[in-house]
Design a protein. Structure first.
Length: 135
């Protein structure tokens, strides 16, 4: 990611959390815990976006919800992980979670639709020229 992308607010790193709840956890408990994240984007410098969602596919693995935290840089990740607001949020999740998977993923490459190409997905980084029709 270049400096221009950083200035435009594109995240440099994502903190992704997958959650599996304790047996008997209700939707109301999950919603109440997630509500505790409401003010974190305003409290934690460098936190660009916090997204919470429910898995829409088969969940044989048991992980039903995900949190994606988009951060401006590595220092923002460090601030986020150490911030008291995150610790308070984490405590509410811990009370009802059975398992959690956390990964910190830098945005090394990003793919997006490109209407100028004759194939469905264009590449924004390092993928070269579009494919020729006659190949």
């Amino acid at each position: 990611m270049n400096a221009e992308d950083m200035e435009r607010g594109k995240p440099v790193i994502q903190h992704i959390v997958l959650l599996k709840w304790k047996p008997g956890t209700t939707d109301e408990q999950v919603l109440e815990a997630f509500g505790r994240a409401r003010d974190m984007p305003n409290e934690i410098p460098g936190l660009r976006r916090l997204t919470i969602g429910r898995n829409r596919g088969p969940a044989d693995h048991g992980f039903t919800h995900a949190i994606s935290v988009q951060l401006s840089d590595e220092q923002a990740l460090e601030r986020y992980l150490a911030h008291p607001a995150r610790a308070r949020f984490h405590a509410h999740l811990e009370a009802i979670e059975d398992q959690r998977i956390e990964v910190d993923v830098p945005v090394d490459m990003s793919l997006a639709p490109d209407p100028g190409r004759n194939w469905e997905w264009g590449a924004s980084v390092g993928m070269g020229l579009p494919l020729e029709d006659d190949l």
